[in-house]
Design a protein around this ligand. Structure first.
Ligand code: CAA
Length: 240
């Protein structure tokens, strides 16, 4: 039977590309989404994958949602924590709500999904978790203390959980995308984005499928010796 994968924030952008890539790999893929019903309907129609609605920042909703997926589809063996939002503002303009929502969803979502799915992975002695971090969690970014802190937290979370998963067959890795051609990046003011793209050695924005390819590799059977790592896919914008 095909393994079951959940991709959070999976109906649009990078998440959708991940769902498509994992489906092409022969996995049974379900997407989680938070609010955009129309995008979810189109996604299911076009990919054949089911979409489940819950807020990954809500702990109980995550437990319930994953339990429902397990009941209706099968035990979750692969989790891709992709859901994320931006609330960009310089610190003096950023509200507590801007800070809290980004931490709750981007970082809290990883904890909530792991709490829901990691115990089963441990019991079955096999699992894959891939967390989508960001170049801005590695390098920081003007106007993103909330997002950079949450994404940086994801990288720490990944390395800590990887240590717990290693002996029980569960790998935990991160991908740190650079600037990818999605709605999120399209929301960056044009003049700011032009400067950012000028600083990307490859000379263009990345494409969502270029991130999905990395996820597909990290969740594959033969990636079992890779854990606690971060794969940077950023066109050379940040190297270290
Ligand atoms: N470094 C130094 N100064 C900068 C700067 C930078 N990177 N970016 C802006 N500034 C300066 C401006 O030049 C301007 O200076 P002057 O007043 O002297 O002209 C000043 O900062 C503007 O400051 P404000 O607080 O008034 O800023 P604002 O309210 O107009 O907007 C901002 C600031 C919200 C940060 C806006 O610049 C912005 O949206 N920047 C993009 C941030 C970004 O890259 N977000 C990534 C989103 S995509 C993503 O996150 C995906 C991923 O993982 C990569």
């Amino acid at each position: 039977m095909a393994r079951v994968a959940i991709v959070t924030g999976g109906t649009r952008g990078i998440g959708r590309a991940i769902c498509e890539a994992l489906t092409a790999d022969g996995l049974t893929v379900v997407a989680n989404f938070a609010g955009n019903e129309e995008a979810a309907r189109l996604f299911s129609e076009e990919t054949g994958c089911r979409a489940y609605k819950w807020d990954v920042g809500d702990h109980e909703a995550c437990l319930d949602g994953c339990e429902r997926v397990t009941r209706e589809i099968g035990p979750v063996e692969i989790v891709v924590n992709n859901a994320g939002i931006t609330r960009d503002a310089t610190l003096h303009k950023m509200t507590f709500d801007d800070w809290n929502e980004v931490m709750r969803i981007n970082l809290g979502g990883c904890f909530n999904m792991a709490k829901a799915c990691f115990p089963g992975m441990r019991e079955r002695r096999w699992g894959r978790i891939v967390n989508i971090g960001s170049i801005n969690g590695q390098a920081g970014q003007y106007g993103q203390v909330n997002y950079a802190a949450a994404k940086s937290g994801i990288h720490g979370f990944t390395k800590a959980l990887a240590q717990e998963g290693a002996r029980v067959g569960v790998t935990v890795n991160a991908i740190a995308p650079g600037y990818i051609d999605t709605d999120m990046v399209a929301a960056v003011p044009e003049t700011v984005l032009e400067k950012i793209v000028a600083g990307i050695p490859v000379g263009r924005l990345g494409q969502a499928h270029e991130i999905a390819r990395g996820v597909s590799f990290l969740v594959s059977e033969d990636a079992g010796f890779i854990t606690g790592s971060t794969l940077s896919i950023n066109g050379g914008q940040h190297m270290y």
